[in-house]
Design a protein around this ligand. Structure first.
Ligand code: C2E
Ligand code: CA
Ligand code: CA
Length: 755
């Protein structure tokens, strides 16, 4: 079994899978400031160079590889938490540098892509050339001499000089052995692999003494209840523990060296906590200490006692944990975490080979409706099949990962040019467009792919991941079932969006919105009994911003429901004023975004708001787009019908730009269809748009749906629409959207509309 696991580990390792990357714990900086801390921060800012300070700002999270069984330097409790001297140092450093340390489990030959730092390295044992040992250690343990007190009943204080001619056990690798040999060539050194072996020899009388790191060996004695072992003295030598830093992170290395100066090596506060007090001469204290220590670290003790028995199981479960941390359980593809690692590795390799790396972000179109309509079981099967199809479109050495829901990413390596990337995208589009046969049913989906390229677009993994996402989003916007390469303008646009999104949040709280109303003319009698509510944003710096520039952003960042609620409240308030002034019924149309149906409770509350003001429901019309009805879930349908039940009317906005099926719309009891302004603007006698408009009007009337033409700007358009017997018209020809006051004036004197 052991052999098998080793073999597996070897295969995983050589195929690029890096084992044992389990994110167990993060050490966060403490943000509260004490006087002591702020003087340290002050000292630090004086000794760090601007480059080092900038590095820290850009790297707020640093990965540290920590060993799990080296008590009390660093070890892992059964609960998975890490403890020990180096953990205490890390948490002091986290406070000082205001960074977080993400702990990863240490493995031999750990790769630089897995960790930035190895936290506990005893001097001269570092064999991994990709990491450099710091020049400074954080703790120096004296080397102590241990003997078997039962073999020589006279307690003795021993020094190295007393061991002349004696057999002494010592850890086989490490420079201490060499030092002792140089200075005391008459000591017979017996090399051992681990402390257990040394104590076996000591117990059996095969050696007279054992020399090891004081604190570490003291722990070993306490936890293994080695009653025969006794610390007999100290040597002049110490063994130092330091950190090793990724060879290419030179700034980090110098930051750590400077910070260790501030938090001080061999920090008393830390060591006091971990050192087991000398109790050689007092068996009572030893017993008490053992007892307390055992109680304190009970879990750990159990762990040690069962160590042998669970060793095998442990490595199996380590493998399992590692698998779970790196792979998606459904599709068995690498997950987001492993993808990030692979991407980082790919960039390092690409630097050496001077080839390109492509990153694909694939999002399935329409997956949600398959999942909603046919259930998760079918959805899961479709995802598994999609995962296989995608993997087959790229080289086996490329990484295909599932990063969540219906989203996949591919890292394509060793590319000479963009052609192979484009070919892969095309293949993926074609493969995913093919029907999916699941449980004897056929399903159709498609996909949208965003592509970014290293080093063309960026040389930073984080940015590449964001760019691929932005490019994918663009592919969706351009109509789905396509791929799109990242361009710098997407990034500019997205930072613009980000700043608008931030301002939007503030605007909602500080009343920066205004509602305008655009009258809707009844062609039959030229009366005005309707208007459309159109929101405007009075930005303190940018002036008036049109809704087309901020509604989509509000939709994206989840602010639309609050904004939509504001629009409804304002319109309802103004409706009361209009009704009072006219003494007659008047209808306001309110635009409702499909995203607002994600919060149906808010929309359903409108019913109460209307009722409590005593306004008939028919005074409100909501304008939605066809798309909402096309993929309508039960939530959408139920919400709409609840609103319709209290008399609220329904209008389909921008008709003609989408699916455009009138008969289908009738099913939803639609009252109005607004022909999109793009058709109206092209109207000329007998042209295609004129024929289309006339046909729509005639058909709608047969179905009992009224037509509103929007965007009427010219007399020609107006007279053609009258000729076609259109019901209502809206446009700059009659009136632009205006404030409530101006609307009221217009309603008092409708003739003003036509001047
Ligand atoms: P929409 O619902 O299609 O609104 C009609 C748009 O056409 C308005 O643009 C209006 O000012 C403009 N318009 C009216 N007559 C003419 C004309 O003769 N010629 C031309 N070229 N344009 C005309 P606006 O106010 O910029 O609104 C843009 C879009 O923003 C609206 O399109 C609507 O989708 C959205 N919107 C506006 N207010 C709200 C709101 O409160 N909530 C939501 N969810 N969306 C809103
Ligand atoms: Ca509208
Ligand atoms: Ca419209």
């Amino acid at each position: 079994m052991k052999f098998f696991i080793r073999l597996l580990a070897l295969c995983l390792f050589s195929s690029g899978y890096l084992p044992s990357l389990v994110y167990a714990e993060t050490i966060y900086p403490n943000t509260s400031t004490s006087e002591h801390k702020s003087t340290n921060a002050q000292k630090l800012s004086e000794i760090l160079t601007p480059d080092e300070q900038a590095w820290l700002k850009n790297n707020p999270s640093i990965r540290v590889a920590v060993k799990s069984g080296w008590m009390p330097v660093e070890f892992k409790l059964e609960s998975g938490e890490h403890r020990g001297v180096s953990i205490d140092y890390l948490s002091m450093l986290a406070d000082l540098l205001q960074v977080s340390f993400v702990i990863v489990d240490y493995i031999d030959n750990i790769a630089p892509t897995d960790a930035d730092i190895i936290s506990g390295v005893s001097n001269r044992t570092l064999k991994n050339t990709k990491f450099n040992l710091l020049n400074m250690s954080f703790v120096d343990f004296p080397l102590a001499i241990y003997r078997n007190k039962y073999l020589d009943k006279q307690p003795k204080i021993l020094a190295l000089e007393d061991l002349s001619g004696a057999r002494v056990a010592i850890y086989k690798s490490g420079y201490i052995g060499e030092k002792i040999h140089e200075n005391h060539p008459d000591i017979k050194l017996v090399h051992v692999d681990i402390a257990d072996e040394a104590f076996e020899k000591l117990e059996a009388g095969a050696v007279e003494a054992y020399i090891g790191s004081e604190i570490v060996v003291d722990y070993h004695i306490v936890f293994n209840r080695l009653n025969f072992a006794q610390k007999a003295g100290l040597t002049p030598f110490t063994s130092s523990v330091s950190m090793a830093v990724r060879a290419d992170r030179t700034l980090l290395a110098s930051i750590l060296e400077k910070s260790l100066l501030i938090v001080e090596p061999n920090n008393k506060k830390i060591l006091e906590k971990w050192v087991i007090k000398d109790s050689r001469s007092n068996p009572f204290i030893t017993a008490a200490l053992v007892f307390v220590a055992l109680i304190l670290v009970l879990g750990l003790f159990r762990f040690y006692r069962l160590k042998q028995a669970i060793k095998k199981k442990d490595s199996e479960s380590q493998q399992k944990i590692w698998y779970q941390a790196n792979f998606d359980f459904l599709t068995k593809l690498p997950n987001r975490h492993l993808l990030h690692n692979r991407l980082e590795e790919a960039l390092i390799k690409a630097d050496a080979s001077k080839l390109l790396v492509g990153l694909l972000y694939i999002d399935l179109d329409n997956f949600k409706s398959v999942n909603d309509q046919s259930g998760h079981n079918v959805g899961d099967k479709l995802l598994i099949e999609a995962a296989q199809r995608i993997s087959l479109c790229v080289n086996p050495s490329d990484t295909t990962a599932r990063i969540g829901g219906d989203e996949f990413m591919v890292v394509m390596e060793e590319l000479k040019d963009f052609r192979s990337l484009e070919e892969a995208c095309q293949k993926i589009l074609i493969e995913l467009e093919k029907p999916f046969l699941i449980d004897a049913n056929v399903f159709y989906i498609s996909s949208s792919i965003g592509v970014t390229v290293y080093p063309e677009d960026s040389n930073n993994t984080k940015e590449l991941l964001v760019y691929a996402d932005q490019a994918m989003y663009e592919a969706k916007k351009l109509g789905r079932n396509r791929y799109q390469f990242f361009t710098q303008s997407m990034q500019t646009l997205s930072s613009y969006k980000l700043s608008i999104a931030q301002d939007l949040r503030a605007a909602i709280n500080t009343d920066q919105f205004i509602m305008h109303y655009q009258p809707i003319l009844n062609f039959n009698d030229s009366s005005i009994t309707k208007a459309e509510a159109l929101i405007r944003w009075n930005h303190p710096k940018k002036g008036i911003i049109n809704p087309a520039d901020f509604i989509p952003i509000a939709e994206e960042c989840g602010l639309i429901d609050v904004l939509g609620q504001w629009a409804f409240n304002q319109a309802l308030k103004d409706l009361l004023i209009i009704r009072q002034r006219l003494g007659a019924d008047f209808q306001l149309s309110i635009n409702v975004s499909p995203y607002q149906f994600h919060y149906p409770e808010r929309l359903l509350n409108w019913i109460q708001d209307i009722n409590s003001l005593g306004v008939p429901g028919s005074c409100i019309c909501i304008e939605i787009t066809e798309g909402l009805l096309l993929d309508a879930s039960n939530i959408v349908l139920n919400t709409l019908s609840a609103l319709q039940n209290v008399g609220i009317e329904l209008s389909i906005d921008d008709f003609g730009t989408g699916y455009s099926a009138l008969a289908y719309l009738k099913k939803f009891d639609v009252n109005y269809v607004k022909i999109d302004k793009s058709f109206i603007q092209n109207l000329a006698p007998q042209n295609y748009d004129a024929v289309l408009c006339e046909a729509i009007i005639q058909m709608a009337q047969k179905l009992g749906i009224k037509i509103i033409a929007e965007g009427i700007e010219t007399d020609v358009q107006n007279s053609l629409l009258n000729q076609f017997k259109c019901d209502y018209g809206q446009g700059f020809l009659f009136a632009k959207p205006t404030t409530l006051d101006l609307l009221l004036e217009l309603l008092d004197e409708p003739k003003k509309l036509f001047v």
